[in-house]
Design a binder for this molecule. Structure first.
Ligand code: NAD
Length: 318
C-alpha cells in the first residue's frame, strides 16, 4: 500500500461489535491498515473477531490483526471508537447520550494514556455529542478528534439522488450537514451532477425533481437508520465503508472533502459545537472546515441543528 507514512499503518478499534468488526473487515479488504488492534469490554468478542478476520487473510490484504487491552493502542496512527450501545428502533440518537457518555469517560482516558499521538475517530452515537465528549475528555487538539458525522447521511443522500437521476452515487456531489440525526440539513442549493445544479441538470437532461420527491428523498435519508434498525437491528456496512474512506483520507494525506464532525468555532455564527460541514481531511486530521454559500433556509436549519447538539452537550455538564 502506498502511504506517506514510514511505518506500517496501525489502527486500533475500540468496540468490536457490528460497526467495529465490519470496519476491521473493510480495512482488510482495501489494505488500508497493516496492523489492526481490536479492543472491547467483552474481550472474548474481540478475540473471536480477530480469529475470524485472520482466517480470511489468504484472500485479503495481509495485515496483523490482534485482540488486546488498551496498552496495545501504543503507536496507533488512528483509534476508531465504536464502543457503546446501539440505538433501539424507538430511540432517538440523543436518547443514547447519557449511556454512551459514561462509557466514554471510562475508555477515552485509557486510549490517550497509550496513544497520545493518535487521531481519534468517533462513530458511537449520538456521534456529534460523543465527538465533543472525546475532545474534552482526551485533552487532544480539536484537529485530532474527528466524528464520522454525516459521512453516512451524505452517502445515503448521494445514493438516493443517483438512483433518482440514473447516475452512480460517486458522480453526485451533495452534502448533508449539521447533526448526524433528526435535525440534519440536506444542502439542496449546492447539490450537483456534472457541475450542474439539480434544476439545470433536470432542465437540460429531460428529467424532473418535484417538491414532493425532494421531501421524500430528504426523509428517506433522514430515517434510513431507523428503517434499517427496524429490519435488522443495526447498521454497519455503509458506516464501515465511510470510516474506511476517512482513514484513507488521513493516512494518504489526501486533502479529501468529507462531511465529518469536528469542533466548529465561529463559522455561521456557531460556537463550541461539534457538527458536520464539508471538511478537508488529511494526515493532520481536520485540516480546515469549508464555508458554504448556503441559502437562507439552509442556514437557519443549520443553526437549529447546532442548537440541538449544543443543548445535548450542555446537558452533560462536562
Ligand atoms: P454493538 O453493540 O454491536 O457493539 C458495541 C460494542 O461496544 C460491544 O462489543 C460492546 O462490548 C462494546 N462496549 C460497550 N461498552 C464498552 C466499554 N465500556 N468498553 C469497551 N467496549 C465496550 O453496537 P454497534 O452496532 O457496533 O454500534 C456501535 C455504535 O455505533 C452505536 O453507538 C451505534 O449507534 C453507532 N453507529 C454509528 C453510526 C454512525 O453513522 N456514526 C452508524 C451505525 C452505528
Amino acid at each position: 500500500m502506498e502511504t506517506m507514512e514510514q511505518h506500517p499503518v496501525r489502527v486500533a478499534i475500540v468496540g468490536t461489535g457490528n460497526v467495529g468488526a465490519t470496519t476491521a473487515y473493510a480495512l482488510l479488504l482495501t489494505g488500508a491498515a497493516a496492523e489492526i488492534i481490536l479492543i472491547d469490554g467483552n474481550r472474548e468478542r474481540a478475540e473471536g473477531e480477530a480469529m475470524d478476520l485472520n482466517h480470511g487473510m489468504p484472500y485479503m490484504h495481509p495485515a496483523r490483526v490482534v485482540a488486546g487491552d488498551y496498552d496495545a493502542c501504543a503507536g496507533a496512527d488512528i483509534v476508531i471508537i465504536t464502543a457503546g450501545v446501539a440505538g433501539r428502533p424507538d430511540e432517538s440518537r440523543l436518547d443514547l447520550l447519557a449511556r454512551n457518555a459514561a462509557v466514554f469517560k471510562e475508555i477515552v482516558p485509557q486510549i490517550v494514556r497509550y496513544a497520545r499521538n493518535a487521531i481519534l475517530l468517533v462513530a458511537t452515537n449520538p456521534v456529534d455529542v460523543m465527538t465533543d465528549v472525546t475532545w474534552k475528555v482526551s485533552g487532544l487538539p480539536a484537529a485530532r478528534v474527528i466524528g464520522s458525522g454525516t459521512i453516512l447521511d451524505s452517502a445515503r443522500f448521494r445514493f438516493l439522488l443517483g438512483r433518482q437521476f440514473g447516475v452512480e452515487p460517486r458522480s453526485v456531489h451533495a452534502y448533508i450537514i449539521g447533526e448526524h440525526g433528526d435535525s440534519q440539513v440536506p444542502v439542496w442549493s449546492l447539490a450537483n451532477i456534472a457541475g450542474m445544479n439539480l434544476d439545470d441538470f433536470c432542465r437540460l437532461n429531460g428529467c424532473g425533481l418535484d417538491p414532493e420527491t425532494k421531501i421524500e428523498i430528504a426523509k428517506n435519508t433522514r430515517v434510513a437508520a431507523y428503517e434499517i434498525i427496524r429490519r435488522k437491528r443495526a447498521t454497519y456496512y455503509a458506516i464501515a465503508a465511510g470510516l474506511g474512506r476517512i482513514i484513507e483520507a488521513i493516512m494518504h494525506t489526501q486533502d479529501s472533502v468529507l462531511t465529518v464532525s469536528s469542533l466548529v468555532q465561529g463559522m455561521y455564527g456557531l460556537q463550541d459545537v461539534c457538527l458536520s460541514l464539508p471538511t478537508v481531511v488529511n494526515r493532520q486530521g481536520i485540516s480546515r472546515v469549508l464555508e458554504l454559500p448556503l441559502d437562507e433556509g439552509e442556514r437557519s436549519a443549520l443553526t437549529k441543528s447546532a442548537q440541538v447538539i449544543h443543548d445535548a452537550i450542555s446537558s452533560l455538564n462536562l
